[in-house]
Write a protein that binds this ligand. Structure first.
Ligand SMILES: Nc1ncnc2c1ncn2[C@@H]1O[C@H](COP(=O)(O)OP(=O)(O)O)[C@@H](O)[C@H]1O
Ligand SMILES: [Mg+2]
Length: 249
C-alpha cells in the first residue's frame, strides 16, 4: 500500500461540542504520521483550543501572533517529537481570541493553504457549530469529516451542519461515528443519518468508519498521548488505524 498520498486538507467538524473532534484530529493525525505522512494539525477552535492539551505541548506562539502580524505562520509550528506531527495550537488556558474578522480569516486561510503544501495531510480541528468562524474554513477543505455521536442533539446539530456544507460542493463530506458501542452500531447510526440527509437534502455523506467507546481514551487524554501509545491493542486504536487507512485510500 502506498502510504504517502496527495496533499489534502481535512476539516474536522461537529454540530455540537464534546463529541470527540479533538480526539479524532489528534489520533487520526498520529496514525497518518505513523504511516509515513507529513502531517499538521491546525487548532482552529480558537475559543476552546485544546489540541495542545491532548498532546501535552505548550506552543509559545498562537494564531493571535500571526493575525497581529508579529509572526509568520511557519513560526507558529511546533513539532511534537514523540508523535511525529506538527501542530499550530491555540493556548487552551488563555482565551486569546474567539472570533475573527473576514479579513483575518482570509489571511489565515491563504497562509494555511500555502503551508499545507509541505504536508501530505493538514487536519483542521474546528470549533463546534456553524457560525462563520467555522463555515468560512470549509472552502479550503478537500474533505470535511463530520464527527457524529448517537445522542439526539449530536444528530440534529450535525444535520444543520451538513445542510450548510452540502451547499458548497467543493469538499468531500464524510462521516465518522465516535464513542459507539460496536462497529455495527456505528454503521447503523451513519446509515440512519445518511437516510435523513438523503430524504431532506438529497445527499448521502460517505461513511469512513466508527470509533468504539473505550476506557483507554480518557487514559490517553489524561496522559496527553495518542491512544495507540497507551493501549496499542485496544478497540479505539484499531478503529483509528482503520479510519486512517480509509482516509489514505
Ligand atoms: N471513543 C471514545 N471513547 C470514550 N470516550 C471518548 C471517545 N471519544 C471522546 N471521548 C470523550 O469525550 C471527551 C470530549 O472529547 P473532545 O475530543 O475534547 O471533544 P470535542 O473536541 O468535540 O469537544 C473526551 O475528553 C473523552 O473523555
Ligand atoms: Mg475540541
Amino acid at each position: 500500500m502506498s502510504t504517502v498520498s496527495g496533499r489534502r486538507i481535512i476539516g474536522v467538524v461537529s454540530g455540537k461540542g464534546g463529541v470527540g473532534k479533538t480526539f479524532v484530529s489528534v489520533n487520526l493525525a498520529a496514525a497518518l504520521a505513523d504511516a509515513g505522512n507529513r502531517t499538521l494539525i491546525f487548532d482552529a477552535d480558537l475559543g476552546l483550543a485544546n489540541v495542545d492539551l491532548q498532546l501535552g505541548v505548550d506552543p509559545p506562539l498562537t494564531i493571535a501572533d500571526f493575525l497581529l502580524g508579529r509572526n509568520t505562520i511557519d513560526e507558529l509550528v511546533v513539532h511534537v517529537d514523540n508523535v511525529g506531527i506538527d501542530i499550530i495550537g491555540g493556548r487552551s488556558a488563555a482565551a486569546t481570541l474567539t472570533s475573527t474578522s473576514e479579513q483575518e480569516r482570509r489571511k489565515l486561510k491563504s497562509a494555511l493553504v500555502a503551508l499545507g503544501r509541505s504536508y501530505n495531510y493538514t487536519l483542521i480541528d474546528l470549533a463546534a457549530g456553524i457560525d462563520v468562524n467555522v463555515s468560512d474554513f470549509f472552502e479550503i477543505c478537500d474533505t470535511i469529516l463530520v464527527v457524529l455521536r448517537g445522542d439526539p442533539s449530536s444528530l440534529m446539530d450535525a444535520y444543520a451542519l451538513v445542510k450548510i456544507v452540502s451547499h458548497q460542493m467543493r469538499s468531500r463530506i464524510a462521516i465518522v461515528t465516535n464513542a459507539v458501542s460496536s462497529s455495527r452500531d456505528g454503521a447503523d447510526l451513519a446509515k440512519y443519518f445518511a437516510d435523513v440527509t438523503n430524504k431532506y437534502l438529497q445527499f448521502r455523506p460517505e461513511y469512513l468508519g466508527g470509533i468504539r467507546a473505550d476506557r483507554t481514551v480518557d487514559l490517553a487524554i489524561r496522559r496527553q498521548m495518542p491512544v495507540y501509545a497507551v493501549a496499542p491493542q485496544c478497540h479505539a486504536t484499531a478503529d483509528i488505524r482503520e479510519l486512517a487507512r480509509r482516509v489514505m485510500a
